[in-house]
Design a protein around this ligand. Structure first.
Ligand SMILES: Nc1ncnc2c1ncn2[C@@H]1O[C@H](COP(=O)(O)OP(=O)(O)OP(=O)(O)O)[C@@H](O)[C@H]1O
Ligand SMILES: [Mg+2]
Length: 380
C-alpha cells in the first residue's frame, strides 16, 4: 500500500519536473534574447551586482531541492563580500547562478533577479534572463571565477601558455599571437610568477600554490569587474594561503574589481571582507559589515560559528561545534530552518519563517530574537 502511494508521488514529481524542463528548454537555452527581456535598472548605481530574491532550484527525481531560496544582497563596486555558511548551504549554487553555469535542465533559476552593472556599456542586465550569447561576452571578460581546486580547473594535457593564451585570445580576438603571449607573461608577472619558460610548462610541473596563481592569472587576464572566488585557498597550505589572499587583495585594488569570496573559513573572511553574508540552508540568516558580523553577531547560527573558531590566547580542550545537522533540502519545514539546532529558541520560533529585520542600515538578521529590534531609519 505504502509502495503504491510512493509510486504515485514519484510519478507526480516526474510530471512536475517534465513541465519545468520543457519551460527551461524553451526559454533558458535561447542563444539570442531581445534586449527588452533582460535590460533592467540598478537599485543603486554604486553596486556592481544586486541579488534580488534569487531562487535556484534543482528538480530531481525525488523532489525539488531549493538550493538557494530567496537570497537578496548587493556587492558594491570595489568591495569584497564574504559569503559563509556550512557545506551545502547554497554558496556555490549562488555563484554558479551569476555565471549561469548550473547543470540544466535540473538546475534552474526559478525566480528573482541578478542585476549586473555592466561598466563597458553603462547598462544594467538581469543575468537570470540574458541569452547565452550575452552571457558568453560577460563570462571571463567582466565576471570571472576562481574555483577551489586548481588541478581540476587546468587541463593537464595542455601547457600553461596554451591555456592562458587561449583564454586571452578568446576574449580579445583582435590581438595577434605575439601580443597575446606578452599579455600572458604580464599577467603571470602580476601574480608573482616570473619563471623562465613558464609558458611551456605543464600544470603537473608546478606546485599547488603556483597552479592556483595561474588560475588566478587566467581569471584576471581580461580585467574583470567582478571576481568570484569559490574557496580559492582551501586546497592550499596555510603559508601559500596567506600569499594568495595578499595577492587577491593587491590585484583587486590594482584592477579596481569587486570580489565575491566564498569560504567556510572565517579567518579568511575576517582578513579580506568588507561585508559578510551568512547563509544557512539556502537562505541568508544574517548580513552586515565584517565588523558587525564578527563583533556583534546576532543570529544564533552566526554566534555558534564565531564560537567554533580557534582563538589566540584562549585555551580550550575542545572547540565548540553546533549540535545537529542541516535539514533535508527537500521538504524544508515552514518554521525557521535552524530551530532544531538552536539553543535560544522562543515560542515564536514555531511559527512561520522569520522575516529579515534591519538592526542597522547594513546589519540584517532573520531571527525571532530580534523581531522587535527593527531599526527605525537613520544612519547606522
Ligand atoms: N546538480 C545538483 N543536483 C541536485 N542538487 C544539487 C546539485 N548541485 C548542488 N545541489 C544541492 O544544492 C545545495 C547547495 O549546494 P552548494 O554546492 O551550493 O553548497 P555549498 O554551500 O557550496 O557547500 P560546500 O561548502 O560544501 O561547497 C546542496 O543541498 C546540494 O546538495
Ligand atoms: Mg561550494
Amino acid at each position: 500500500m505504502a509502495d503504491k502511494a510512493q509510486k504515485k508521488e514519484l510519478r507526480a514529481i516526474k510530471k512536475f519536473n517534465a513541465a519545468r524542463y520543457r519551460e527551461y528548454n524553451k526559454t533558458m537555452k535561447r542563444k539570442k534574447v531581445p534586449e527588452s527581456k533582460y535590460l533592467t535598472r540598478m537599485k543603486n548605481p554604486d553596486n556592481i551586482i544586486e541579488f534580488d530574491d534569487l531562487r535556484t532550484y534543482f528538480y530531481t527525481n525525488v523532489g525539488t531541492v531549493k538550493a538557494v531560496d530567496g537570497v537578496t544582497f548587493d556587492i558594491p563596486k570595489g568591495k569584497t563580500i564574504g559569503v559563509v555558511g556550512e557545506s551545502g548551504c547554497g554558496k556555490s549554487v549562488t555563484s554558479l547562478s551569476v555565471m549561469r553555469l548550473l547543470q540544466g535542465p535540473q538546475g534552474q533559476i526559478a525566480g528573482g533577479q541578478i542585476r549586473f552593472n555592466q561598466q563597458s556599456t553603462g547598462r544594467a542586465l538581469d543575468l537570470t534572463k540574458a541569452g547565452i550569447k550575452e552571457m558568453e561576452k560577460i563570462r571571463g571578460n567582466e565576471i570571472s571565477m576562481i574555483f577551489q581546486e586548481p588541478m581540476t580547473t587546468l587541463n593537464p594535457v595542455f601547457t600553461i601558455g596554451d591555456q592562458l593564451c587561449e583564454c586571452i585570445s578568446l576574449h580579445n580576438p583582435e590581438m595577434g599571437k605575439k601580443a597575446v603571449e606578452e599579455r600572458a607573461l604580464e599577467t603571470l608577472k602580476m601574480v608573482g610568477i616570473v619563471r623562465e619558460g613558464i609558458l611551456k610548462n605543464y600544470p603537473h610541473e608546478l606546485s599547488g600554490g603556483m597552479r592556483q596563481r595561474v588560475v588566478i592569472a587566467m581569471a584576471l587576464s581580461c580585467d574583470p569587474q567582478l571576481i568570484i572566488a569559490d574557496e580559492p585557498t582551501t586546497a592550499l597550505d596555510v603559508t601559500i594561503q596567506a600569499q594568495i589572499l595578499d595577492l587577491l587583495r593587491d590585484l583587486k585594488d590594482k584592477i579596481n574589481a569587486s570580489i565575491m569570496l566564498i569560504t567556510h573559513d572565517l579567518g579568511v573572511v575576517a582578513e579580506m571582507a568588507d561585508y559578510v553574508v551568512v547563509m544557512y540552508a539556502g537562505r541568508i540568516v544574517e548580513q552586515g559589515t565584517a565588523d558587525e558580523i564578527f563583533h556583534h553577531p546576532a543570529h544564533p547560527y552566526t554566534i555558534g560559528l564565531m564560537k567554533s573558531r580557534p582563538m589566540l590566547n584562549t585555551r580550550v580542550d575542545r572547540l565548540y561545534s553546533i549540535p545537529g545537522n542541516v535539514p533535508n533540502p527537500i521538504n524544508l519545514p515552514e518554521h525557521c530552518y535552524f530551530k532544531n539546532r538552536c539553543e535560544s529558541c522562543v515560542e515564536a520560533c514555531n511559527g512561520k519563517y522569520p522575516e529579515l529585520v534591519s538592526l542597522t542600515k547594513t546589519h540584517k538578521v532573520s531571527c525571532y530574537l530580534h523581531q522587535n529590534k527593527q531599526e527605525t531609519g537613520g544612519e547606522a
